[in-house]
Design a binder for this molecule. Sequence first.
Ligand code: AP5
Length: 220
Amino acid sequence: MRIVLVGPPGAGKGTQAVRLAEKLGIPHISTGDLFRANISRQTELGKLAKSYMDAGNLVPDEVTIAMAKDRMEQPDAENGFLLDGFPRNVSQAEALDELLRDEHMTLDAVLDLEVPEEEVVKRIAGRRICRNDSSHVFHVTYSKPEQEGVCDVCGGELYQRDDDSEDTVRKRLEVYHTQTEPIIDYYKAQELVVTISSLGPVDEITQRALEALKREKAGK
Ligand code: AP5
């Protein structure tokens, strides 16, 4: 399957993407994680991305699309992928459509995670991620690691993302509403959008998502 995951910062995209990708046997491709890996390796792309990310803005389309395309062309993505955080505006959505058309491929669904803004703020304030791999995500209250400050998956140090400060989160939410939300209408016109609530226990949301994707597939 080829799926796009969309939702505001803190909706639980990363948390759900890891689980859904495993259940569906497809790679989880997160542009945020790819940027953070570049930042920790101190590449030129990482240095450029950091300045935009720390301000809560989108990284320019040209570099983002090239990076996403490169990742989607890796052999493990041949039979499908779960995109998390890409596309993030209408021009990226158009670029993705073009890329898929060139490869004679189509998207199967756009999974839209709905969550109220006050919940987003609580989730982001308590989020801690792993220095070794930013897809290892915890929360100080909702998803506590066994040992405080230590990643359950790999033993890495847990830290708070630089862009999780209150001011930057407010900016990221504004960017989400103005630039990312319009892609939902873009994909509604293609009858691809499946909306689910992202409230409740993590495993229940995964189940909800799998059932919604199954219904979507059966209805085609
Ligand atoms: P990115 O890394 O994609 O961040 P985001 O979209 O803002 O989303 P988040 O990672 O903040 O939240 P999430 O929905 O993944 O939530 P999570 O599962 O962690 O992007 C960061 C930046 O990179 C952007 O601002 C931009 O600058 C740049 N960028 C990335 N892609 C780009 C693109 N395509 N174009 C341009 N720029 C781009 O969950 C949050 C917390 O809640 C966690 O602590 C988790 O444990 C907890 N939680 C999760 N589910 C639940 C639940 N059900 N109940 C209680 N707690 C929960």
